[in-house]
Design a binder for this molecule. Structure first.
Ligand SMILES: [Zn+2]
Length: 360
């Protein structure tokens, strides 16, 4: 293969290493994901989908489990964008792993760290590898703080990203970690110090009780180990019980206290993110849109409500895009050009190993 890679590289003026990497990728795809290769060749999925399926499916070493994964992944790939596919495949691949996430997470935690890399023009990149829950909470906290700064001073010309960078530098260089917790002792930010990072976590009830080791999920992101989820649950101030259909994984109901709070919880659990095709803005940052306008008689009911981010809420209200609900949270979008796109709520279906002997 090396000789052939050098041959092709010389002829096409490419590095032979690049050629060989592509040959390896092609071999992996054709041998381990033949159905994906066929679907790509037929034009049913894009190269982005292929990359996502291979990335998530490759760690599954058992060929039968991988084939099961591939079949389900392809069905989902034909319905959605690579970005959304990745989030749903992470959970699916996780359920097919022979070793539990708890075991693997214990090992992976050892790889946490922080490093700095010079990128020229007097700039350097500072990055850190953290448990997923902490990393997302960190990003959420500085995002909230940056927005609070923007709101307080509309004349501030910095972008949100620039403010995030400034906040990180300020916090790391001016606060002293507490010897006990490793957390910053003083905030030095007045009101900003009271802003806390938020992550949403779903935990299967049996995993929470310690009966099973099913992974929990950082909503819309990635699976997390049940130990971390149980620790977070211990500090939670409240609970939303979400009942899901065991076959489709669709949310059927949540416990209710007041109608509006209940509906809000239901929509957040059902939609998880903005419901415009392909968008992944988290539901808690979205508006709850009346599909049929309230002013036109649309009911304030989950069958007539959907989470839309500001961008797509405006798109729906101000342009010729239209949307209607088909029941079960399924949305049918029609573009100004007359194309129809179906957006289904994210599935929570995954495979659970059953250790019980069959009843026959
Ligand atoms: Zn959106």
């Amino acid at each position: 293969m090396r000789a052939l890679a050098a041959e092709l590289g010389a002829a096409t003026r490419m590095s032979d290493r690049t050629v060989q990497r592509r040959m390896n990728d092609a071999l992996t795809l054709s041998e381990k994901f033949p159905a994906t290769f066929d679907a790509w060749e037929d034009g049913r999925i894009s190269s982005g989908h292929v990359q996502t399926i291979v990335d998530h499916g490759l760690p599954i070493t058992d060929p039968d489990a991988r084939a099961l994964f591939e079949a389900e992944a392809l069905m989902r790939a034909e319905e959605t964008t690579p970005g959304r596919l990745g989030a749903s495949l992470a959970r699916l691949a996780e359920s097919l792993q022979p070793r539990t996430l708890t075991e693997r997470h214990q090992e992976a935690r050892a790889s946490r760290g922080a490093c700095v890399r010079d990128i020229g023009d007097g700039m350097a990149e500072f990055s850190t590898v953290q448990p997923a829950v902490l990393a997302h909470a960190m990003h959420d906290r500085i995002t909230q703080q940056a927005k609070a700064l923007k709101d307080a001073d509309p004349a501030d010309a910095r972008t949100l990203d620039q403010i995030r960078a400034d906040l990180i530098a300020d916090m790391l260089l001016t606060t002293s970690p507490d010897a006990q917790t490793g957390q910053g002792m003083s905030d030095g930010f007045g009101g900003l110090g009271s802003i806390r990072g938020i992550v949403n976590v779903t935990v299967p009830a049996l995993a929470l009780a310690g009966v099973t080791e099913e992974p929990a999920e950082l909503v819309g992101r990635c699976p997390i180990d049940p130990d971390t989820a149980r620790r977070l649950a211990g500090h939670a101030t409240g609970w939303d019980r979400v009942l899901a259909d065991p076959i489709t994984g669709c949310v059927l109901a949540v416990d209710r206290y007041t109608p509006s709070a209940d509906m809000k919880r239901f929509l957040q659990a059902r939609d998880q993110h903005c419901r415009f095709p392909g968008c992944r803005q988290p539901a808690r940052r979205c508006d709850r849109d009346h599909t049929l306008d309230f002013a036109l008689g649309g009911a304030t009911d989950v069958c007539n409500l959907a989470c839309l981010c500001r961008r797509h809420h405006t798109l729906k209200g101000e342009t010729a895009w239209t949307v209607r609900q088909l029941g079960g949270g399924v949305l049918e979008w029609t573009s100004p050009g007359g194309h129809v796109y179906i957006d289904t709520p994210p599935p929570a279906i995954h495979f659970t190993p059953n250790a019980d002997p069959p009843p026959f």
